[in-house]
Design a protein around this ligand. Structure first.
Ligand SMILES: *[C@@H]1O[C@H](CO)[C@@H](O)[C@H](O)[C@H]1NC(C)=O
Ligand SMILES: *[C@@H]1O[C@H](CO)[C@@H](O)[C@H](O)[C@H]1NC(C)=O
Length: 321
């Protein structure tokens, strides 16, 4: 009997060893410096390397970080038609400053939009030099691709920056508080925002967030940061882009970044105020109050006109709160 158990044990070890070593022997991707470890996470991700994305930058600002090293880069996804939103961001939290840089990422005008839109966008880009356009249709479904092209851009053209924030144009960003907090944040492997730990795929085909079993067979999501606004150390931009070669694109941008983080073995960090344990990345819609906002990093859902309206008061008075 004992002999039998022993034999089983040895056999199991042997099988496990073969299985493990077969994983070790999988071809490893070559990054330029060879520094990236092999992907963590499920064995399935280790198996297939997806083809690279075929997209290009039609309008680019490749030289923006050549002569300067921003502390923080705002990456704002917008549709070509969102000129008013861009204008509001430029005049409020995204205003050019010593140590921050704001860039707008857009795709191509979609079918049915007016012909002149592309021309207007190029004109606006010549004026402000802050627009990057990628050559795919600007649709909700394609937002994940847009984020990936942002990550690629950061890694390729602004890798000396310290931090980047992916943030929607309808968000109030308290740049002052954000900058203060980032001064003491880790410069490597760091990502923070409103962390969602118990996310699950919606299997109802009528949901805006529908995800089929074919595209995503698992029953839950790894921890991820809500897409409205999240901040990360610059090293993660290139690493997330690298990891994306192992993760099938799904149309949920923020969940997708979470899947890439799992491949990298990086856990997103929740940001709370020390005093009230309040979520600093407020994804609720809050009525403007100067001193409440002074203690937060982002607040959701601001129309361009509302941003423009509250900003002068905030700028003038936030420091006295
Ligand atoms: C980034 O910083 C390094 C070291 O400070 C410097 O050698 C390099 O030229 C910088 N690259 C860019 C694109 O500014
Ligand atoms: C995403 O962009 C590609 C390339 O332009 C386009 O073929 C595709 O239809 C877009 N997807 C959606 C869902 O809009």
């Amino acid at each position: 009997m004992f002999c039998f158990v022993l034999c089983c044990f040895v056999l199991c070890c042997f099988v496990l060893f073969c299985f493990d070593s077969s994983l070790w022997l999988k071809p490893r991707p070559l990054s330029k410096d060879g520094a990236e470890p092999r992907p963590a996470g499920s064995a399935k991700e280790q198996r297939r390397l997806l083809p690279p994305l075929p997209y290009r930058y039609l309008v680019n600002q490749a030289g923006l970080c050549r002569d300067r090293t921003p502390f923080l880069v705002f990456m704002v996804p917008v549709a070509p038609r969102d000129a008013a939103a861009r204008e509001a961001v430029r005049k409020t939290w995204g205003a050019p400053s010593q140590d921050t840089l704001t860039l707008f990422f857009t795709g191509l005008p979609v079918m049915g939009e007016r012909r002149s839109l592309q021309e207007e966008l190029e004109q606006e880009s010549r004026l402000y030099a802050d627009i990057i356009q990628v050559d795919f249709m600007d649709s909700y479904q394609n937002l994940t691709l847009k984020t990936l092209m942002m990550m690629k851009w950061l890694g390729a053209h602004c890798s000396n920056a310290s931090f980047a924030m992916k943030v929607d144009a309808d968000i109030f960003v308290n740049v002052f508080h954000l900058r203060d907090r980032l001064r003491t944040s880790p410069r490597l492997g760091f990502i923070t925002g409103s962390v969602i730990r118990d996310g699950r795929p919606r299997r109802d085909p009528w949901s805006k967030w529908y995800l089929s079993k074919e595209l995503y067979p698992e029953d839950s999501f790894p921890p991820y940061v809500s897409g409205a606004g999240y901040v990360f150390s610059l090293d993660l931009a290139g690493r997330i882009f690298w990891a994306s070669r192992y993760v099938q694109v799904i149309p949920l941008e923020d969940v997708y970044v979470g899947l890439c983080l799992r491949v990298l073995g990086v856990r997103p960090v929740y940001s709370r105020s020390m005093l009230f344990l309040r979520n600093l990345f407020e994804i609720q819609n809050l009525k403007y109050d100067r001193c409440t906002f002074a203690k937060l990093v982002i607040v959701n859902k601001f129309k361009p006109s509302e941003l423009l309206q509250v900003w002068p008061d905030f700028l003038e008075g936030h420091a006295r709160c």
